[in-house]
Design a protein around this ligand. Structure first.
Ligand code: GTP
Ligand code: MG
Length: 688
């Protein structure tokens, strides 16, 4: 019996979702060189916005970030060392933390706009350099006065470990009364946990209490509280004028913060004499001015907290994980790890896949070539067989080994590390580092490469990645370029063709970023621990992804094969060639007979080569085509329409509209590139 859903009751989520206008606003704060930018860059999208804090030359960066079903608006503020005695840009950063884009009464007289054009954060991430923890905790104590939830990112744990500083993270969290998450931002460690913690802290809506000031100073704090909030009228006025958490304002006035002191003088002049009298009495009773005493007290509290949670030990032995990370995640040497994996993929594509192809699809193709049917049924049978052999040619040599490689890299945790390391380079072409490995897989076959983007990114990023992957020369295209290019154009010619391909991909990346200008949310890249691959998940993952794609590719490949065979059977070659003359003859300057091979390339690009020989009736094409024509043809072949199988997988991964756009884009790029190359070569040929 079919299941009946009750549509009268909407589904309810048991937890609050942060999305759209109610996305969580998070600010990264911390001292200079603590790792704020590294964390921001690691989770930011390919395009993030920057701006200057109003009236200053210090920049902030902002970006939406996607975390599962939730979204956050992440802001990275310029470095802040303390919240006391600030001026200029530092003061503006503090005003943003206090009021966001609003102006309380005391700040309305200011000339320029509010510091940043978006509201106050809902929660703060205090980024701390764990290797100098004692120094950083003072700022944490100040941030706790802001009346906002705070999560500490205890960053640079690797540095701390290197220096032999061992931190009891749980004890620190208990002492501060807020969550503390250890991270190594440079390697992406702990970032996923950090942002999960930010979400759950925000959901719990628990704001930490400020840590109590030292006992000897408490009477002075009480007196200041009495002055500002002693009577109801006075308290109301202070609250509306300053719109600040009481503890923050009291501590600022105890430390004689010049900005808030000035505002008190102009907005609450009647309070001024009492405040000044308090400082005068304190100065006579304490050994140092009250402001100095309060500052020393905070310093003392931070140091004693540090001493209670940290111990200095001898540097522990390097673990295997650390050694591997030196290879895969080191800021400088990490690239070698990625390059080694890229080399392994190239080997797989050009050695293993080529051998498997020769043993499977190529043998079947030779075997079936003896079958030359004359009847329509026979032709259809042969076309179905051709389509299926084409399918075997994709699955056995390319899909299975490449997808297996991809799943293997994911299972071992290497893929995530490569994505992290190459992320910045890929941002240059408007892509996430996550698609680096699929891009390389594209050298084998575009089908598994595009399919792989499905699990790695979504929305705009997936569309751009898929569109660009169709321009990565798959092994079928490379085979034609290598066969014809190497024979007639030489190594330099082949190299130039591949270089042109690379340039066009980079250029298209930039152009496509403009076509999809929406700010895609950043993604938090989880860096899992290294793991040995296990057979069952490895094989099951490979099969699941391969079979999933086969269901879409098979019908299109077979149908395409039948249609093209019937067209040939009906003697439409002549028509097709005539129809394509504007492209083949006029634009590309090729013999009209090449129309059919070009069209058949849609099925499988490597078929083009055999068909050219067939169409021109010779294996020696130089008498019929000159070097300019060969180059023009190869450029066109490199870029024009992705094959039917690629189109099929695009339909599934990015939808009909974008898949059709991909066809228009590739034909456009192929025509423009081939025509330009032809014109350039024709113009320069008299020079040679
Ligand atoms: N060893 C190590 N280095 C890190 C880590 N995180 C960041 N770094 C490095 O520390 C340096 C400073 O990092 P940034 O992210 O620029 O620090 P910041 O807080 O943005 O600094 P300012 O912009 O000056 O405030 C950079 O060289 C980073 O590569 C980490 O977890 N471990
Ligand atoms: Mg920075």
């Amino acid at each position: 019996m079919p299941q009946v859903f009750d549509t009268t009751h909407p589904l309810t989520f048991h937890r609050r979702l942060y999305r759209g206008d109610s996305r969580l606003r998070v600010a990264l704060v911390g001292q200079h060189n603590s790792g704020k930018s590294t964390i921001f860059q690691a989770v930011a999208s390919t395009h993030y916005r920057t701006g200057k804090l109003s009236g200053t030359n210090k920049s902030y960066a902002e970006c939406p970030v996607q975390i599962g079903a939730d979204e956050m608006h992440l802001v990275e503020l310029p470095a802040l060392h303390s919240l006391r005695g600030l001026t200029g840009a530092d003061l503006e950063a503090m005003k943003y933390l206090l009021w966001g884009d609003e102006r309380p009464l005391v700040s309305r007289h200011e000339q320029h706009d509010p510091p940043a054009p978006f509201p106050r954060p809902d929660i703060l991430i205090h980024v701390i350099d764990a290797s100098v923890l004692g120094r950083s905790l003072e700022l944490t104590l100040e941030l706790l006065e802001l009346g906002l939830p705070v999560v500490v990112a205890l960053n640079m744990m690797d540095e701390a470990r290197r220096k032999g500083v061992v931190i009891d993270v749980e004890a620190l969290s208990a002492r501060l009364g807020i969550p503390v998450i250890p991270t190594v931002a440079l390697k992406g460690h702990g970032l996923a946990t950090l942002f999960d913690q930010v979400l759950s802290t925000a959901r719990q809506a628990i704001c930490p209490l400020p840590q109590p000031i030292g006992l000897p100073l408490q009477p002075w704090l009480q007196q200041m509280r009495h002055i500002l909030y002693g009577s109801d009228a006075c308290a109301e006025h202070t609250r509306t004028a300053f719109n600040l958490p009481a503890d923050f304002l009291l501590m600022q006035l105890l430390e004689q913060d010049p900005y808030l002191g000035r505002e008190v003088a102009s907005h609450c002049p009647d309070l001024l004499p009492a405040i000044e009298a308090l400082h005068k009495t304190a100065a006579s009773e304490l050994s140092r001015p009250l402001a100095t005493e309060v500052e020393a007290d905070r310093h003392q509290r931070a140091i004693s907290m540090f001493e209670s949670v940290a111990t200095i030990m001898h540097r522990p032995a390097t673990t295997t994980e650390e050694r591997l990370d030196m290879f895969f995640l080191h800021p400088r040497w990490g690239l070698f790890g990625s390059l080694a994996v890229f080399a392994a993929i190239l080997f797989l594509v050009f050695e293993v896949s080529a051998t498997l192809d020769a043993l499977s699809a190529a043998r079947l193709a030779t075997w079936i070539s003896a079958w030359q049917p004359e009847t329509a049924t026979g032709i259809i049978g042969r076309a179905v067989a051709d389509g299926l052999i084409g399918l075997i040619g994709i699955v056995i040599p390319y899909m299975l080994p490449l997808v297996l490689m991809l799943v293997l890299l994911e299972e071992t945790g290497i893929m995530q590390r490569i994505a992290f390391v190459v992320d910045r380079f890929f941002h240059a072409v408007g892509l996430h580092g996550k698609v680096a490995v699929p891009f390389l897989l594209g050298l084998g076959c575009n089908v598994p490469a595009i399919a792989a983007t499905r699990s790695l990114c979504h929305g705009r990023d997936r569309v751009i990645a898929s569109l660009l992957i169709t321009f990565v020369p798959c092994s079928a295209r490379s085979a034609v370029v290598l066969a014809l290019g190497a024979k007639y154009l030489g190594a330099a010619g082949v190299f130039a063709l591949f270089l042109l391909n690379l340039l066009i991909i980079a250029l298209l990346g930039r152009l496509l970023s403009h076509r999809y200008p929406e700010l895609s949310p950043g993604i938090i890249q989880e860096i899992p621990a290294y793991a040995w691959p296990r057979w069952h998940p490895l094989l099951a993952g490979t099969w699941q992804r391969t079979s999933d794609i086969l269901t879409i590719v098979t019908p299109l490949l077979v149908a395409g094969s039948i249609i093209l065979a019937l067209m040939q059977f009906a003697g439409m070659d002549q028509w097709i060639n005539t129809l394509l003359t504007p492209v083949t003859g006029w634009m590309l300057g090729l013999p009209v007979a090449m129309g059919v091979p070009i069209l058949f390339g849609v099925l499988r690009k490597e078929l083009s080569l055999a068909m050219i020989y067939q169409a021109l009736g010779t294996f020696e094409i130089t008498p019929l085509l000159d070097h300019i024509q060969i180059t023009t043809f190869l450029v066109f072949l490199l870029f024009y329409i992705p094959c039917v199988s690629t189109f099929a997988v695009m339909l599934k991964v990015i939808g009909r509209k974008e898949a059709l756009f991909s066809i228009i884009l590739s034909i456009g790029v192929a025509l423009i590139a081939a025509t330009c190359v032809r014109m350039l070569l024709t113009l320069s040929s008299p020079l040679f």
